[in-house]
Design a protein around this ligand. Structure first.
Ligand SMILES: [Zn+2]
Length: 209
């Protein structure tokens, strides 16, 4: 597996480029900004982007999606519960002082338990509402890896004070969907360093409640 992680934009959202070394098919997760840098990685590995996956509709995760679609022709996927939030990108841009990316069009919804395939790589979609209504994590069982979006961070969890956020829901998502994964699963959060399910189960103060 090819896996490159690139912090993009002023909020340093972790964008992942995940590719099959044999078929050179790839998915890009959360292309929030800095699309030229993402495309440079794609070209360096001679990848063909098949899917643009958005973990949730915050501007720092979705802001560059249309530019990447224009350059790759790949469809943009987002859980439908975040479509309303996607209509608020102008408002979100003013919160964080980013330029508005214009309208983002979604090609299809990411549904709970849906399987995403790229070459030999397979991920299942875990709908994990709480940070936003339509937040998802992507679980790659063969690679023992979770792309967590802003649901789980190293020793922290996603904020729930923005529109669509719910502290009760994020805790429920974490306990019922995320902490049920094996301890050795490596977690790549939407911001900051990687961690593991086992470490977070033991050390994350929000998961002790
Ligand atoms: Zn977010």
């Amino acid at each position: 597996m090819i896996h490159e992680i690139l912090p993009v934009g002023p909020l340093q959202c972790n964008c992942s480029v995940i590719g099959d070394e044999t078929t050179h098919e790839a998915m890009v997760i959360d292309p929030g900004d800095d699309i030229e840098d993402i495309v440079a990685i794609v070209r360096r590995h001679k990848l063909q982007v098949k899917q643009i996956v958005i973990t949730h509709a915050h501007i720092d995760h979705v802001g560059g999606a249309m530019k990447l679609r224009a350059q790759t022709g790949a469809p943009i996927l987002l859980n439908q519960n975040d479509y309303a939030l996607l209509k608020m990108l102008d408002v979100q841009a003013s919160w964080v002082g980013m330029a508005t990316p214009g309208k983002v069009e979604i090609d299809s919804s990411l549904d709970d338990d849906q399987s995403l395939r790229t070459g030999s790589l397979a991920a299942s979609v875990l709908h994990t509402p709480g940070h936003t209504e339509g937040s998802v994590c992507l679980y790659f069982p063969a690679e023992k890896m979770l792309i967590a979006g802003d649901t789980l961070f190293a020793r922290s969890i996603g904020r729930t004070d923005l529109p669509g956020g719910s502290f009760e829901k994020i805790l429920n998502s974490l306990h019922s969907r995320v902490l049920t994964l094996p301890d050795e699963t490596v977690v790549y959060p939407g911001h900051g360093p990687k961690t593991t399910i086992g470490e977070e189960r033991e050390e994350n103060p929000f998961l002790q409640m």
